[in-house]
Structures are given as C-alpha cells and as structure tokens.
Ligand binder design. Sequence first.
Ligand code: THG
Length: 372
Amino acid sequence: MRPHLSISRRTRRTPFSSRVEAAGASGYTVYNHTLLATSFRGIEVDYWHLCENVQVWDVSCEKQVTLKGPDASRLAQYMTPRNLTDAQVGRCYYLPMCDENGAMMNDAVAIKVNDGHWRLSVADSDILLWAKGLAVGFDLDVEVREPDMYPLAVQGPKAVELMIRVFGEGIKELGFFAIAPFMYNGQRMKVARSGWSKQTGYEVFVNNPEIGTQLWDELFTKGQDLDVRAGCPNLIERIESGLLSFGNDMGHETTPFEIGLDKYVDLDADIDSLSLPALRKHTPTKQLMGLVLEYHRNLSNLDVFVGEKKVGDIRSQAYSPKYMRRLAFVMCDLAALDGATSVEVITDQGKATGHLTSLPFDFDALGLSACR
Ligand code: THG
C-alpha cells in the first residue's frame, strides 16, 4: 500500500478542500500547516494545460499575516532589507524577509493597506511567530494576526478572459503586481495580478468562505468553454520560470544574494531593517544557479560534481517537456566551482554532463526553443 497523508486539525483544510478533492487531486503537500495539492492528472499533463488554458488553484496555504497599529510600517520595514519607504497602496511587493544575520526567514508578497496596516502573504515558515516575537521584543505597538483569508489563484493564458467574465472588464486595468478591490456577490474582495506561475494570472483574496466557494463554482461554470480545470502550483512551470520555493531552494541558511534576490535588497537605504547591517558586510560563498541537462534521464542523487569534486547540490528539479531538457536549481559552492560551467551529475544511466547558467533561465540565450 502506498503511504498516505494523515489529515487532522493540524493539517488545516481550506474552504476549497472539498472542491479540490472532488476535482481529483492526486497528490498533496503540507505548506504553512495547510493542505496544498501538488498534482491532478499528473504533473506533465497539468503543466501543458496550465500553459495553454486556465486553472483555478486553492492556494489558501499562502497564509496572510496582518500587522496592524501605529508601529505596523516600522515592523514591516524591520523584517525586510527592501526599502518600503515609498511603498504605495494598491501594489504588491515581493519581499525577502531576513534575520539579524541576513539569512532568509521567508519570501513573501506584501501589500500596504495603509500606514498602520500591512498584509504579508507568506511562504512556508512561521512568520506569525517571528513577527509576534519581534513586536514583543522591541515593544512595538502593533497587533500581529492571521486573518481568515484564503487566496485563490486563477492562472494561465485564458485567466484574463475568465476573470473578465466573473469580475467584469475592470480586471483588464490591473497591471502586473497591482491589487485592487472588486465586488463579487455583494462581497468586496481584493484581486491582484499575481501568482506563482509566469502564465499570466490573478489571485483573489477570499475573505468569506461561503462566497468563496460560490466563486469557485462560478469560475467553473463560466469557464467551461475555456476548459478551466482545478490546478496547483506546477513544479515544471515554476522551475522553467525561475520562481523560488522557500524550504527547497532557500532556507534559514541562505542570504538573498545567494539566491539572486539582490534587486530586492536596498543596501544604501537609510532605513531601520534588522538584516541590513549584516547584509552590508556579507560576501556570498554560495550561489543558486540553473542547470540544464541534455538528456531525459532520472537523477540518482542530488550531488553535482566537477570531476571528482562535489561543487553543489540540487534543490529543485524537473524534466521540461517544452524544452526537452532536465532543468534544476543547484546551490553551488563558489570556491569549489571556481568559475566552471560544465558539471556532472549521476543519473540512472551513469554520469551525465550538464551546463550551469544564471537564473532565471534564458532559453533563447541557451539556444533552446519551445517544442510546442
Ligand atoms: N502569491 C502570494 N503569496 C505568496 C506566493 C504567491 N506567498 C508565498 C510565495 N508565493 C512567495 N514566493 C514568491 C516568489 C516569486 C513571486 C511571488 C511570490 C513572483 N515574482 C516575480 C518574479 O520573480 O518575476 C515578480 C516579483 C516582482 O516583480 O517584484 O511573482 O505566489 N500572494
């Protein structure tokens, strides 16, 4: 018998869990103590469908953490090295969140509701506890809570059409990473032009579970001719797109520089950020890089070599049916690598040579074109 996941109150269900089950989820993971489907018809079938149609994802596991009170902006800034001084209401901000050593605590999508109210949409680590600890420890006047809010993602090239049918033409006004309130069935809900894929899409921040399930059902009724399906973040797509996963590609031992998040670190900013002093002194010793393997071979283990010397380890990997290559994110030891770009891995058919490249993958520069 295959092992299965024992579900209890700790592995939280969501308002959409019954719909996800009915749609035939075939695998789950647990993310922020919450169920997250990992496949429906198989990762490759799901992948092609996501790239060509539209899917509805229950991403309630992207837990929301609100900071409310006079010190909300102070705490938000304290937790990230990204300069939030000029942050605008109505925009999403991708934030590395770092500790006093400059190490990643989480990567979140933040919005400013107003000066005294921020909302963090967090990856898989307990930011509620970290934020509460900082608030208590630094005696900040801020309330840290996890509100009843359940993100629902609509992703894929036909997402725009489906969202127009449900929320109206106003959806077209939303630029990338913009967020605005929309009405659905008498309920005000925020919708962002965001999501953990590069196939275009939206995230609806459902704040009423009952109306949320009506919304789920309506997306399926109105999207029938678009072949809308239940889906989930897709391993192949997110690797091709260079989207990082906290806990896989980075963790509490990684700095933002080591995973290519430099552009979200404002080293010269005159801000009160817990991690900036350490990050200003930090010299990376490792770097997350892309790996392209010629053949469709399965890897026997996650070690990456130059000759006999181990130079890195694979954090995430998948076979890309679009580029007909196995793609991986590798955490490389910069000293051991010494500038090499040709590396070896052990596959089920022996050693294979691969090519290291910067992230995100630039398929044109790599001379790879999509097969479909
Ligand atoms: N949506 C929301 N919350 C989230 C995620 C999400 N929280 C957890 C997790 N995903 C956080 N990780 C990411 C990683 C990348 C992006 C979003 C969330 C992303 N990055 C773009 C890129 O890399 O090109 C754009 C970043 C930018 O322009 O600032 O979208 O998916 N709500």
